[in-house]
Design a protein around this ligand. Structure first.
Ligand code: HEC
Length: 411
């Protein structure tokens, strides 16, 4: 049995699980501090240097938090830092990206109908774009533009739209949206790692040495954390988008992703204002709904490739490896008989309008490309096909297992 596929799937699952847990911790803490910040109330009785206070009740007790704008007059002995939530989210996310889109690049990253890239070129663009994107953004924030926060935000949006378009020119739609999310999330974590934390350490060191810290550090942190605030919701959407072929499976995926960034701003603006003033601007929900309707409409423009075009597409080297196996013909017939009614460019099953999860299993190239997935979903597990639709017999499953094993054993 080809156990590597099973082990690999569980490794991917474990890293994904870790990633979700760390991201919840990060975003939870981030939302909490943003709300706390906006809800602080002034109180003349507070000590010198205190900006405001907040009383909260939670979990059977009362909490009294006081915020010092630059710093308290004296450093407390014990100080809790919030940084590992962000770092571990990025590290686990980077690992997951490598597992899915680098190691699994033949299936999830490369799209030969868009760009004729080798796996190595794809990986280089994937990793390189994330690094260069951060450097560009960082320089922009350090330039004179930092004195015009609104212009800076607009420019950041333009960069995100350009990246969205660029990724969609070369990668699969699914990889494009995921990379856009990774690009944005990299900016967010790098803001914490390269800017917010080092500046905070300077302030702490100044205080310990009895020097007055420079207020500019607080200002820098504020600009960066405002960006992080508005980017959070779009990142979550982009990270989950691979479950929604409607979002990534059209040629307008790049516009859909750009509009999602705008909904991130409208939704956050509502909550930010509400926490600060007790009343949110309701128009933001109207705009969000209009944006979502626009997105839904754009997503219905499909498909990018017809069956005839797919059949005419020459097989990639990777597909060739699976399609040239002696047992391929039998496996291909099995897939056609058990899967293609749903996993087609124009499905014929029930009222289904598009292939579930954007997985096509029609042409020999489709089937060869998805070999590992077919093996996992229908060969060694009974996840596919849905039993109420098609009852696939054990012989059919054995044919698939034998085919993939034949190819893997030759490697
Ligand atoms: C009756 C329709 C139908 C048939 C037939 C069918 N599938 Fe699916 N398939 C689905 C649906 C629906 C989903 C999405 C499930 C979900 O949302 O979790 C899916 C998802 C998948 C996925 C993606 C899984 C993931 O989570 O990324 C693969 C791979 C897959 N099917 C392979 C197959 C194979 C192989 C066959 C034939 C042996 C098959 N399917 C037959 C409906 C079908």
């Amino acid at each position: 049995m080809y156990d590597l596929a099973v082990a690999w799937d569980w490794i991917a699952f474990s890293v994904r699980w870790l990633h979700v847990i760390t991201a919840m911790a990060w975003i939870g803490a981030s939302f909490y501090f943003i709300a706390l910040d906006l809800m602080l109330k002034p109180n003349p009785a507070l000590p010198d240097g205190a900006y405001g206070e907040e009383w909260e009740v939670h979990g059977g007790g009362f909490y009294h938090t006081v915020k010092y704008l630059v710093a308290p007059a004296q450093m407390p002995e014990h100080l809790t830092w919030h940084k590992w939530q962000s770092y571990t989210t990025w590290l686990s996310g980077a690992a997951l990206l490598m597992i899915m889109y680098w190691v699994g690049g033949e299936l999830f990253l490369l799209d030969p109908t868009k760009a004729d890239l080798s796996l190595w070129q794809g990986i280089l663009i994937s990793g390189g774009s994330l690094t260069i994107g951060w450097l560009l953004y960082d320089q922009m924030c350090k330039s004179r533009l930092s004195e015009h926060p609104t212009v800076l935000m607009l420019l950041l949006f333009v960069i995100l739209v350009a990246m969205s378009w660029g990724y969609n020119q070369i990668f699969t739609g699914r990889a494009a949206l995921l990379h856009l999310g990774a690009f944005t999330a990299t900016i967010m974590t790098a803001n914490v790692f390269f800017q917010i934390m080092p500046n905070q350490r300077i302030v702490v060191a100044d205080l310990k040495a009895g020097r007055t810290p420079d207020a500019k550090y607080g200002k820098i942190a504020k600009v960066r954390s405002t960006h992080n605030n508005y980017l959070t919701l779009p990142v979550v959407f982009l990270m989950l988008s691979n479950h929604y072929p409607l979002a990534f499976g059209t040629q307008y995926a790049w516009i859909i992703a750009s509009l999602i960034f705008l909904t991130g701003v409208t939704i956050r603006h509502y909550f930010n204002t509400m926490h600060a003033t007790g009343k949110g601007p309701h128009w933001t929900w109207g705009v969000t709904v209009i944006l979502m309707i626009l997105i839904a409409w754009l997503s219905s423009v499909r498909p990018t490739q017809t069956l005839e075009q797919a059949e005419a597409q020459p097989l990639t080297q990777y597909e060739q490896k699976f399609a040239s196996a002696a047992s391929f013909d039998e496996a291909y017939d099995t897939v056609l008989g058990n899967c293609s009614m749903c996993h087609a460019r124009e499905p014929v099953w029930g009222t289904m309008k598009w292939a579930p999860k954007g997985v096509y299993l029609e042409t020999p190239g489709d089937v060869a490309r998805q070999a590992d997935q077919i093996y996992l979903q229908a060969g060694i597990s009974h996840a596919m096909p849905p039993p109420n639709a098609v009852q696939m017999d054990e012989e059919g499953r054995a044919v698939i297992v034998a085919w993939v094993n034949e190819v893997r054993q030759k490697e």
